[in-house]
Design a protein around this ligand. Structure first.
Ligand code: SF4
Ligand code: SF4
Length: 288
C-alpha cells in the first residue's frame, strides 16, 4: 500500500510570536516536550516496522518543530528507510541546517514559511540559499497580508527563480483586499487564486481516509486534519481496516493540505510529486 501520513504530535509551542497564530511564543514544559519526543520516536519506529508499505510523510506541527533535535533526527531516520518515499516538514526555518547533510536528501522536502515580523529577509534568505546549495527540495511561503507586500517583493527578487514562492491566502481577509493587492499576490504566486477558495467538498471523493491520513502523537488516525472524528489507531493490529474510500462529510475544504486530495480538483496535475511540500511540477509555466 502507498500511504501518505500527515503527522501532528503534541507539540504546540514556537520560538516566533506571529500575532495571528494561537501558538505564538507558547512554551511547553520539559515533561510535555519529552512526551512529544517519545511519541515521534514511536511513530518513526512504526514506519520502519511496516516495510510492506510505502510511506510519504508530511509533518504539520502546531508550532515550530525543527528547533527540536528529535524532529531533525526523525527526518534523518525516515529519509534513509527504504519504505519511505518522502519525508517533508512545515517550518519557519529558524533552525540550524547542519542535520540536513545526514539525511538522504533525495527524499527530504521542506515547506518553509517566511515570517517577516520575526526574521529579517536577509537572514531567512540565507537559510533558503543554504537549502538550495544543499540540493534540498523546498518551497517558500508567506501569509498573504498586504502589510507584508514589500518584504514579499524583496524576497521574490532575491530568491533563485526556480524556487516557488507561494502566498497563503487569508480567507477572512479576502473581502478587505483591494484588486491591486490580489493582483500583487497573483503576480508573485501564479497559483494564489487557487488558494483563495472554499472548495465544495461534501459528498465528493477525497483520497483522505483511504490513501492519505492524519496521525497524532497517540497514533490516532483521522482521515484529515479537518474532520475530527477518529477512525482508528496505527498501533492497533487491524489499523488497515480503518482505511477505505468515503465521500467527504465537510461542506467545504479550503486548506492546501486538505483540498489537494479532492479527486475532482486534479491537483496532482499541478503539483505532481511536489504535492506534499507545495512545489508545483514546473511553477514557472503557470506564470502568464
Ligand atoms: S512561526 Fe508559525 S507556528 Fe510559530 S508563531 Fe508564527 S505562524 Fe505560529
Ligand atoms: S475534502 Fe478536505 S475536509 Fe474533506 S476529507 Fe478531503 S481533506 Fe478532509
Amino acid at each position: 500500500m502507498y500511504l501518505t501520513i500527515l503527522y501532528r504530535g503534541s507539540l504546540i509551542s514556537c520560538n516566533y510570536g506571529c500575532e495571528y497564530c494561537p501558538f505564538a511564543k507558547r512554551q511547553q514544559t520539559a515533561a510535555e516536550l519529552a512526551i512529544d519526543k517519545q511519541s515521534l520516536e514511536k511513530f518513526v519506529n512504526w514506519i520502519s516496522q511496516h516495510p510492506q508499505h510505502q510511506f510519504s510523510i508530511l509533518f504539520t506541527p502546531w508550532g515550530e518543530a525543527l528547533i527540536h533535535s528529535w524532529y531533525q533526527q526523525a527526518l534523518v531516520k525516515l529519509t534513509h528507510l527504504p519504505n519511505v518515499n518522502k519525508a517533508a516538514i512545515q517550518t519557519n526555518l529558524s533552525c540550524q541546517l547542519d542535520w540536513v547533510e545526514e539525511c538522504n536528501k533525495d527524499k527530504l522536502a521542506i515547506w518553509a514559511t517566511f515570517h517577516s515580523e520575526w526574521v529579517s529577509c536577509d537572514r531567512f534568505l540565507s537559510k533558503c540559499l543554504q537549502l538550495n546549495h544543499q540540493n534540498v527540495k523546498f518551497s517558500v511561503g508567506v501569509v498573504g497580508f498586504p502589510k507584508f507586500k514589500s518584504e514579499i517583493a524583496a524576497l521574490r527578487q532575491e530568491l533563485p527563480n526556480q524556487i516557488y514562492l507561494w502566498i497563503n491566502a487569508v480567507k477572512a481577509e479576502l473581502p478587505n483586499l483591494s484588486p491591486a493587492d490580489r493582483e500583487f499576490f497573483q503576480s508573485i504566486d501564479p497559483l494564489y487564486e487557487l488558494n483563495t477558495k472554499h472548495y465544495p467538498s461534501f459528498g465528493h471523493s477525497c483520497r483522505a481516509g483511504k490513501s492519505v491520513i492524519s496521525v497524532d502523537g497517540d497514533g490516532t488516525i483521522r482521515r484529515c486534519h479537518f474532520i475530527k472524528s477518529p477512525i482508528g489507531n496505527i498501533y492497533d493490529s487491524d489499523w488497515e481496516t480503518a482505511l477505505y474510500e468515503q465521500p467527504c462529510t465537510n461542506q467545504t475544504c479550503h486548506c492546501h493540505i486538505g483540498y489537494v486530495h479532492l479527486d475532482y480538483l486534479n491537483m496532482n496535475q499541478i503539483f505532481s510529486s511536489g504535492l506534499l511540500e507545495r512545489i508545483p511540477d514546473d511553477w514557472t509555466i503557470h506564470k502568464s
